[in-house]
Design a protein around this ligand. Structure first.
Ligand code: ADP
Ligand code: MG
Length: 212
């Protein structure tokens, strides 16, 4: 049986201590099955229902690699909607409470550009956003993704259903090939298989049915 204690993972002591203070004692099944590979730097496709704890799985992966001293976007998390992006950013901020000066920025449509550009100029380590708005920032030249080491597609099935495929390809093309790519989805239709073949390198598959 695998060990489900967060302390069995190779993660920074301050992140671990913070998990305890958040009341996270044991990994959820999807976390236990995906985190060792995520922390080893592998590309991972993880399929699990809503509420299974997918955010902390990728959140811990990107936080473990993050260098606060590097003033560039190091992680990009793409979500289908503003509501989901806000939730993800909130959870990443909670997970990152123990890391000082970390900047998590949300970039979604329906919000004015000006303040987003201002925040980008101030520097962001982690960007969470919707594909359309991220693409807009790239085409306007207000954001660069050349230092991104972790790309996350969260709720990838929904993003594809919403017609974001071309946007995703366009964004991914601007991220270094040496990145780690993590893809999370509640379902695993053919569209996901085909995008994963295009943008991921030998992905490890993790499927978890139950949330407990
Ligand atoms: P998903 O993205 O799979 O739908 P979330 O990442 O939003 O799920 O997590 C669902 C809830 O479970 C969140 O409120 C989160 O804070 C909580 N959670 C995640 N992992 C753990 C854990 N290991 N222990 C306790 N609570 C957790
Ligand atoms: Mg989620």
């Amino acid at each position: 049986m695998s060990n489900t204690a967060f302390s069995s993972l190779k993660i920074h002591a301050d992140l671990l201590k913070n998990l305890t203070s958040l009341g996270y004692e044991h990994m959820t099944p999807i976390q236990a099955r995906s985190l060792p590979d995520i922390l080893a730097g592998k590309d991972v496709i993880a399929q699990g229902k809503t509420g299974s704890g997918k955010t902390a799985a990728f959140g811990l992966g990107l936080l473990q690699k993050l260098d606060v001293k590097v003033h560039a976007v190091q992680s990009l998390v793409l979500c289908p909607t503003r509501e989901l992006a806000d939730q993800v950013a909130k959870e990443i901020r909670r997970l990152a409470r123990s890391v000082s000066n970390i900047k998590v920025l949300t970039l979604c449509g329906g919000m004015p550009f000006g303040p987003q550009v201002g925040s980008l100029e101030h520097g962001a380590h982690i960007v969470v956003g919707t594909p359309g708005r991220i693409e807009d920032h790239l085409s306007r030249g207000t954001m660069r993704l050349n230092r991104v080491n972790t790309l996350v597609l969260d709720e990838a099935d929904r993003m594809l259903e919403m017609g974001f495929q071309a946007s995703l390809d366009n964004i991914v093309n601007q991220i270094p090939k040496w990145r780690q790519t993590l893809l999370f989805s509640a379902t695993f239709p053919d569209q996901i298989k085909s995008i994963s073949r295009r943008i991921m390198l030998k992905p490890v598959m993790v499927q978890v049915e139950s949330t407990h």
